[in-house]
Write a protein that binds this ligand. Structure first.
Ligand code: CIR
Length: 260
């Protein structure tokens, strides 16, 4: 397959936030999320996925895991197999087992990253058959090396990307297919990303570097007009979505779903 062949997603998995989300991990300093507003925003997110033709599977909230609405971190969905991750934050360990059960309904082949490897899939950016894997506070070298070995067994490839103090790789860069990324200034200069056309997020709008390409359109967080304009000018229809309550927990749009 051409490494830059655009894929088409037909399904998504999301998990409703739980009331305990107010105890989720955060460094944002934006205050405590409003659970009811978060639920509304989640439903809007779900509607947007459906409007793009996806069949959406909505998992029940799980009070044991305050961060469990951020489903993207606990699994990586590739076209031929899924990888269950080994979450890098202690309070999130166990979320991946819940997701393994769900993905077993869709995937014949399921692989696992195992400790001492740790990996949050928020650190994994898929570009065709090649995967960029951020080395972060959540994803260690061992976890990334395991993932690369798994990908290679299935005819794909991966490389490690040092990301510095950011939470996850995709906090600062998202792949919009067509050899294009939207990236925060700092990430846009990263040597690993030199081959991509770049849409650089203006200063003050860094949060919008986490966006989601779905079947030609781009979901962007609401309230970042300059980025929206740039993404639109690059030829993508943009769907702005309010996700303020997730931002308060360091979560971006991409973390809120698994698309496959
Ligand atoms: C966490 O710290 O794990 C959650 N509060 C936010 C996770 C966001 N996930 C992501 O960026 N992929």
């Amino acid at each position: 397959m051409d490494p830059f062949t655009s894929r088409k997603f037909s399904r998504a998995i999301i998990r409703r936030p739980c009331r305990e989300m107010i105890h989720g991990i955060t460094s944002a300093g934006l205050g405590i999320p409003d659970y009811h507003l978060a639920l509304q925003q989640h439903k809007e997110y779900e509607r947007a996925l459906r409007s793009l033709g996806l069949e959406v599977f909505v998992l029940e909230s799980d009070y044991r895991y305050p961060d469990s609405a951020f489903v993207e971190d606990v699994a990586l969905c590739t076209p031929g197999m899924a990888v269950i991750t080994a979450p890098g934050a202690a309070s999130r360990k166990g979320e991946e087992l819940l997701m393994e059960r769900e993905l077993g309904k869709f995937y014949e082949h399921i692989e696992r990253v195992e400790e001492p490897g740790t990996l949050d899939a928020g650190d994994v950016m898929m570009a065709g058959n090649h995967y960029y894997i951020g080395i972060s506070g959540r994803t260690n070298h061992e976890g990334a090396a395991q993932l690369i070995r798994i990908l290679e067994r299935y005819g794909m490839s991966g490389e490690k990307v040092e990301i510095g103090p950011m939470l996850h790789l995709k906090t600062g860069v998202s792949y919009l297919e067509n050899e294009t990324v939207v990236a925060a200034e700092m990430m846009s200069r990263h040597p690993s990303l030199s081959g991509f056309r770049k849409i650089i997020v203006p200063e003050g709008e860094e949060y919008a570097a986490n966006s989601v390409w779905i079947n030609g359109a781009v979901l962007l967080p609401d309230g970042f007009p300059k980025t929206a304009e740039k993404v639109q000018a690059a030829g993508y229809p943009v769907i702005p979505l309010p996700v303020s309550e997730y931002q308060k927990l360091d979560g971006g749009l991409s973390c809120m779903s698994l698309r496959f």
